[in-house]
Design a binder for this molecule. Structure first.
Ligand SMILES: *[C@@H]1O[C@H](CO)[C@@H](O)[C@H](O)[C@H]1NC(C)=O
Length: 483
């Protein structure tokens, strides 16, 4: 059946008018809109007016206590309202204990107790406790040990909440003992996970979590308090100052409190309440079903907007785009984990050839402690192909622009697939090629993390066939537009 023009027009107009009429007749109440529709709204307007302001969902009014509420979670990374803390024990005060994730995914009590004995000499009796608000037992046959959390009478809960000293702000708590004094392990693992859960909350609700105001290293020392310790992983600063630089650059004015500060608070014996906290816990992350040897295996699977990292980078530096694709070869030839000299020279030669042919812009550099982090990430933010031997500099992958036409080439000795950095490339939205001399693998094909027996990833004569990398770059450049 064919329709005339005017019949068509009527049909089209009624399609437009009918929904409008329905909207006017039955406006949806703001609070009833589903989170899905809010997500769509904020997807349309990611950083503009579409993002609603955060307001605590568990604000206490009058006679009710401040309840703990988990508002986003993946193993190792939890956002909660009203977290209570006294002398290294967290308390979750709740009338909905079933709403709290299994505790081993929030706070790794077993690990903390084990490491507390090793590194600390003191261990809290309990690392975390749920206080469940409920009335008294109906008879003496009740077995309290079967209850979720410790039964707490409503009036006791109210007194508990009233007694607590409020510490306003948005707090990032880190429960870790070791590894933090290293750019990759803090920024590339624990901070990254925390940022992911914050961005996931935004994706899910359309609300921006207020920016971090406090960085709380519960168990890592400040550099200056550190002299008498024999384990350098126990401080939060790394030797190059990256952790400190990025925290301050992303969150100007952030207050960084380390172990001595927390030990002082613990010694007061007072109860503190943190209205908004992100709790990061390395071993809770490792406990997750998708962990695969890393604390962020689960949290990095939560959906976020594609700009989740570049928005952070742009707080430090605005990136100018280059018309020609930009290759960065970050050399490690001044370190003990490096290419065989002849292979390094051949790689440089082949990369220079790409530039001479007018295909790419090439930068060859080393990052030492004299290059400021602003300069380092400003450079990385313009890079389309990042070439380097396995090492800490590859944590900077996080600050690349996303796109399937961008890639990281990470060189490792034959027999090694140490997949620390490929997930960072995936997180940043770029491709990753782990190059072993004359072949490469990708995150889905590399297999298990590690090296074959007798092979170490740290060698002073790693071999590479340059064309493995340059052929791939040629292929990319032929396939995609860069501007
Ligand atoms: C804090 O806990 C430790 C270890 O459990 C204990 O030795 C110490 O006395 C406690 N401090 C206060 C102020 O309660």
């Amino acid at each position: 059946m064919l329709l005339t023009r005017s019949q068509l027009r009527i049909i089209i107009i009624s399609f437009i008018v009918a929904p409008l009429f329905l909207l006017i007749a039955f406006p949806s109440h703001k609070n009833q809109s589903t989170s899905a529709s809010r997500s769509v709204w904020s997807w349309l307007f990611p950083s503009g007016d579409g993002s609603a302001a955060y307001s605590s969902s568990s604000a206490s009014s009058g006679g009710s206590p401040h309840l703990t509420k988990i508002i986003a979670h993946a193993p190792g990374f939890t956002i909660a309202e009203n977290v209570y803390w006294r002398n290294y024990t967290y308390y979750f005060l709740t009338d909905a204990p079933w709403h709290i994730p299994e505790l081993k995914y929030v706070v790794s009590s077993n690990h903390i107790k084990e490491y507390g004995t090793k590194y600390w000499g003191q261990v809290p009796d309990e690392v975390v406790r749920i206080l469940s608000i409920r009335g008294p037992a109906l008879d003496s046959h009740m077995d309290e040990s079967k209850e979720l959390g410790t039964s707490t009478l409503p009036e006791v809960a109210k007194a508990f909440s009233d007694d607590a000293i409020e510490v306003p702000g948005t707090h990032f708590f880190l429960n870790d003992f070791e590894f933090i004094g290293h750019y990759y392990h803090f920024m590339g693992e624990m901070f990254l996970g925390a940022w992911r859960i914050v961005q996931h909350y935004y994706y899910q609700t359309g609300k921006r979590l207020p920016t971090f105001t406090h960085m709380n290293f519960l168990r890592n020392y400040n550099e200056q308090d550190f002299a008498d310790l024999n384990d350098p992983q126990m401080m939060w600063q790394d030797h190059a100052g990256a952790n400190e630089f990025f925290l301050n650059a992303f969150f100007p004015g952030i207050k960084i409190q380390a172990r001595k500060d927390w030990e002082k608070l613990a010694a007061t014996g007072e109860l503190y309440r943190f209205p908004l906290a992100v709790i990061g816990d390395r071993y809770s992350g490792h406990n997750g079903p998708s962990a695969s040897w890393k604390p962020w295996g689960d949290v990095l699977r939560l959906p976020v907007y594609p700009e989740w990292l570049t928005e952070l980078r742009d707080r430090v530096v605005k990136i100018k785009r280059h018309r020609k694709p930009h290759v960065l070869y970050l050399s490690r030839q001044d370190t003990t984990r490096r290419l065989a000299d002849s292979d390094h020279q051949a790689l440089v030669l082949q990369l220079k050839k790409l530039e001479e042919e007018g295909l790419v812009k090439l930068t060859i550099t080393m990052f030492d402690d004299d290059v400021t982090f602003v300069d380092q990430i400003a450079l990385v933010g313009t890079v389309d192909f990042f070439v380097s031997v396995h090492g800490n500099g590859l944590t900077h992958t996080l600050w690349m622009n996303s796109g399937k036409h961008r890639a990281v080439f990470e060189m490792q000795p034959k027999g090694c697939t140490v997949t620390d950095y490929s997930p960072l490339a995936t997180a940043a939205g770029v491709q990753h090629f782990l190059v072993n001399e004359d072949k490469y693998c990708t995150p889905d094909t590399c297999g298990m993390r590690g090296c074959e027996e007798g092979v170490s990833v740290s060698q002073p004569n790693i071999k590479v066939r340059a064309s493995i990398i340059t052929d791939k770059i040629r292929h990319f450049v032929a396939q995609y537009k860069y501007d």
